[in-house]
Write a new protein. Structure first.
Length: 311
């Protein structure tokens, strides 16, 4: 069963009409600097369908990409995800599904440096009064970031320090599976395998993406190096190597811009997610696909899958 929901507002406050002060707008994978008084984009600019989805490469996906650079990239994404929490609106969709499944365990796959996990876990636990424990995983774990978030969460967020393949997680990893700004890394066969594995095992799954194949999002990513130059001194842990590869030889800003634009181009549109979910032959699974508004030009595209017999 498939359902689709158009974008809805989630408590956004409109900026002052006369304001033209630049602000930072970013998600866990997308960074940009845009004016508050930016005109309302046309439907064409907002659409996922500006170009066909392209399965290009991102540098930090490549096995030969230096581990230290990958860690610096995921540190940037973690900083942005925690500072701005662009995924806060997904709690309104995620909590009812978790409640219907009576599930208090989340397994986050492709976590990177942990991204928005800590603020989302706190929203569910403290604001929504629905306590959850989270296990974060990644194919290339950022161990420093994993250990830091484990300490900050006082043990309510655990970390798998061994590499985890998101297309076939270990059977002992029990819980509702989530992908935050990471599902676009997988081509269609792998994406279908991820959904099919969740349905086969009866594990709920949530896919959430801030990326979009739109001109405005590409423009935002092209400006991301400027923001990285600004935030780098505040990223922790402090590393002299981070300063070198940002300001002396700007590898991190340039790679972030490339990977960000490619992330946009690889992101699945709602219709493409519905098609992927519709190809999974599991009668007892419900698929819910839609969009919700978040920060200024950003929207979250989501896919939720869960057992119909339990829900």
């Amino acid at each position: 069963m498939l359902s689709y929901h158009k974008p809805t507002e989630f408590g956004l406050t409109a900026p002052p009409a006369a304001s033209s002060v630049p602000v930072v707008v970013l998600s866990s994978r997308l960074l940009g600097v845009l004016p508050l008084a930016w005109p309302s984009p046309s439907p064409e600019l907002r659409s996922h369908a500006i170009v066909k989805r392209l399965q290009l490469f991102e540098f930090h996906d490549l096995e030969w990409f230096p581990h230290s650079w990958r860690i610096m990239l995921t540190d940037v994404l973690q900083f942005s995800g925690r500072a701005f929490n662009p995924y806060a609106p997904v709690v309104d969709k995620l909590k009812p599904v978790l409640e219907s499944l009576n599930c208090h365990n989340i397994v986050d796959l492709c976590s990177g440096g942990s991204g928005p996990i800590l603020p989302l876990q706190r929203l569910l636990t403290e604001k929504e009064n629905y306590p959850v424990c989270v296990t974060i995983t990644d194919k290339y774990p950022n161990l420093d970031a994993f250990r830091q978030i484990r300490a900050e969460s006082k043990g309510t967020i655990m970390a798998m320090e061994a590499p985890v393949d998101a297309t076939s997680p270990p059977e002992d990893l029990k819980g509702f599976r989530t992908f935050f700004t990471s599902f676009h890394h997988f081509d269609e066969p792998a994406a279908r395998q991820i959904l099919a594995d969740a349905a086969k095992r009866g594990a709920g799954i949530g896919v959430f993406e801030c990326n979009r194949r739109s001109l405005l999002m590409h423009f935002a990513m092209l400006l991301s190096p400027l923001f990285i130059l600004f935030i780098t001194p505040w990223i922790r842990p402090f590393r002299w190597s981070r300063l070198f590869w940002t300001y002396v030889i700007p590898v991190i800003p340039l790679v972030t811009a490339w990977d960000g634009v490619v992330s946009n181009l690889r992101t699945y549109s709602p219709s493409e997610l519905r098609r992927l979910a519709g190809s999974i032959s599991q009668d007892n699974f419900v698929w819910d696909v839609g969009e919700m508004r978040t920060m200024v030009i950003y929207r979250v595209t989501y896919l939720l899958g869960y057992s119909k017999t339990i829900a």
